[in-house]
Every structure is written in structure tokens, then in C-alpha cells.
Design a protein around this ligand. Structure first.
Ligand code: PSU
Ligand code: MN
Length: 307
């Protein structure tokens, strides 16, 4: 263990000390995923969902330069109002050293969770391999994938965002030895849609079965994350074809506006929000809440196995 100090809320500290169920939550979804004040409402709703299932939420961010797990209302409000720096693992040290306000991506949140011994982390969708227009040299692969390769935590997601190259994203996960588990599905979800049309290699049909897989992977000491894929709720999910048309439009807009790098994901999500009259955000919100609930059930099941 490195000597990094991570500030913990009282409830997170207590739960970690006695092997209780804890679910890590990311903060980029708050700072960059939704506008104020919906983002603040979502941050609270995610924590409520985790608590309702009997686990303790640990929302992770950098507050005044300090890595923090378990945020109070004031910290959540600051992240929601912004501006906060979107921090992947490479950005943690510079933002901490500057005393800044940082929102953690999947990569950075996973790192902090694993460092604290938190076994489960719930998010919306992971980053992955971005699509490239013909003739474009850009090579944008989310640091989320590298971090999943080397960080032992179970990540609950609705797959990877539909704006990405999903076949390439699955190939990289395979190369990196990250187990991908469909929760009650054989298909890799496409975030806004329940299926990408691509198969996942493994599946679990209930929380107990999922917990056995996660515990076994941990006991093997393989050291990678596991990606649990929970499709977005049926009532709100988009049909894959409808989503594809909008994603094409969003990518063209990003290219025309010269958007690249860390700005891509927030730009594309915001564009889809406008194109769909807000419906993509309803799905994003609904799937994040559903993932928080599944994450909490998994954390409770894992705590039960350990005791
Ligand atoms: N999923 C969402 N909203 C988000 C993100 C994911 O529904 O804002 C964030 C996550 O924090 C993820 C990041 O780690 O986008 C990926 O960004 P990039 O592609 O630049 O690595
Ligand atoms: Mn990127």
C-alpha cells in the first residue's frame, strides 16, 4: 500500500473497518455527464439507491486537492456546480498537487476503490475505443480500458457508450484479460440500447451467481477488473437502430466542431441529449440508478460470503 491518504466519510470508514458492503460511485457523471441541477439530483439518487439495498455509497472525487471517498452535501454541490477537472488516472496527481476540484472518471474511480479495498464500483457506461472517421488519424482509447486491465474491482455498467467502437472495445477488453459478464443477458449492452448485437463471453442470472464469479476472480488474484454488463431498463431503452442514427449525427457534429480528447465524451453525450429531446439523459439516469442498485446487491452478497 502506498502512503496516499484518502479522506473517508464516517460511514465509509466504519463499513470498510468491519467488512461491510460498500459501493464506489464516480463523479464525472455528476460534473460532466448532466447539467445542473439534474446532476445533483442524480448524485443523491444514486446514493439513495445504494443505501436502500443495504450498502454504503462511496462517491469519489478530489476536493481541495484531497482524494475523498464518501462526499458530504457541500462537496456534491461543488462538483455539480463546477467547474471540476475531469480526472482520469493521469490527472490525479497534478490536480491534487494544485489543490483543485477533480471529478473522477471510471479509470480514476476504479483505482481509488481498489486502493481502499472496495470490491464493487457502479457507473453508467465505461469509456472505450472511440470511433474514427475514414481518413482520420486520431487514436482515442479511453484510459478506462487500461485501468480495468490492472485494477481489481467489479465494475457494474451498461456496457460501453454507444458513441464508441464497441467491437474494438470488446477486443481490447479481451486482450487485457478483463472478464466481461452479462447480467441476465448474452449480449454486450450498448448503453442507451439493451444490445449492441455483440455477444459477451459469460453470463450470470442472479446476484448470488454473480457474487460467486467475482469472489472466485478475486481469489485467483488475477488482478484485473471484471466488467459486469447490466442492460438499461427495458421501459426506457432505445432501439439499437434509432440510437445508431443519432450517434452518426453526433459524431459528425463533433468532427465539424473540432472536438477531440477528453472533451469528446461530454460533447457527444450533450449532443445526443439535444437530438433526442432529453430522452438519452432519461436512459443515462435510469441505467446509472439500476447499476447502483445491482452494485449494492452484489456488495451485500460479497460481504455475506466473506463473513
Ligand atoms: N458514462 C456516462 N457519463 C459520463 C461518463 C461515462 O454516462 O460522463 C464518463 C465516465 O467517467 C468515463 C468517461 O470514465 O466518461 C470516459 O471518458 P473518456 O472517453 O474521455 O476516457
Ligand atoms: Mn479519450
Amino acid at each position: 500500500m502506498s502512503p496516499v491518504t484518502i479522506d473517508l466519510s464516517d460511514e465509509v470508514r466504519a463499513a470498510l473497518a468491519d467488512g461491510g458492503a460498500v459501493v464506489a460511485l464516480e463523479s464525472t457523471i455528476i460534473s460532466h455527464g448532466f447539467p445542473h441541477p439534474e446532476n445533483l439530483a442524480l448524485a443523491g439518487a444514486l446514493e439513495d439507491e445504494v443505501r436502500a439495498a443495504g450498502a454504503v455509497p462511496a462517491t469519489i472525487a478530489i476536493i481541495d486537492g484531497r482524494l475523498t471517498a464518501g462526499l458530504d452535501t457541500a462537496a456534491l454541490e461543488r462538483l455539480a456546480l463546477g467547474p471540476a477537472v475531469k480526472c482520469t488516472t493521469r490527472d490525479l496527481a497534478p490536480v491534487m498537487a494544485a489543490g483543485g476540484l477533480g471529478a473522477t472518471t471510471v479509470a480514476a474511480t476504479a483505482w481509488v476503490a481498489a486502493h481502499l479495498g472496495i470490491a464493487v464500483f457502479a457507473t453508467g457506461g465505461i469509456g472505450g475505443v472511440h470511433r474514427t472517421a475514414p481518413g482520420e488519424a486520431a487514436f482515442d482509447v479511453s484510459a478506462d480500458l487500461l485501468e480495468l486491465a490492472r485494477t481489481p474491482v467489479a465494475v457494474i455498467s451498461a456496457g460501453a457508450k454507444s458513441i464508441l467502437d464497441l467491437p474494438a472495445t470488446l477486443e481490447v477488453l479481451e486482450s487485457y484479460g478483463v472478464p466481461v459478464i452479462g447480467y441476465r443477458t448474452d449480449d454486450f449492452p450498448a448503453f442507451h440500447a439493451r444490445s449492441s448485437g455483440l455477444p459477451v463471453p459469460h453470463r450470470a442470472d442472479d446476484v448470488a451467481g454473480l457474487a460467486r464469479i467475482v469472489a472466485c476472480h478475486r481469489d485467483l488474484g488475477i488482478g484485473s477488473a471484471m466488467l459486469v454488463c447490466n442492460p438499461p431498463p427495458e421501459e426506457i431503452a432505445f432501439a439499437r437502430e434509432d440510437m445508431e442514427a443519432m450517434v452518426g449525427d453526433a459524431l459528425a457534429a463533433a468532427s465539424a466542431a473540432g472536438i477531440s480528447g477528453p472533451a469528446s465524451t461530454p460533447f457527444l453525450l450533450a449532443h445526443l441529449h439535444h437530438l433526442s429531446g432529453g430522452r438519452t439523459s432519461v436512459v443515462n439516469r435510469g441505467l446509472a440508478i439500476s447499476n447502483a442498485a445491482l452494485g449494492a446487491q452484489l456488495a451485500v452478497a460479497l460481504a455475506g460470503l466473506a463473513s
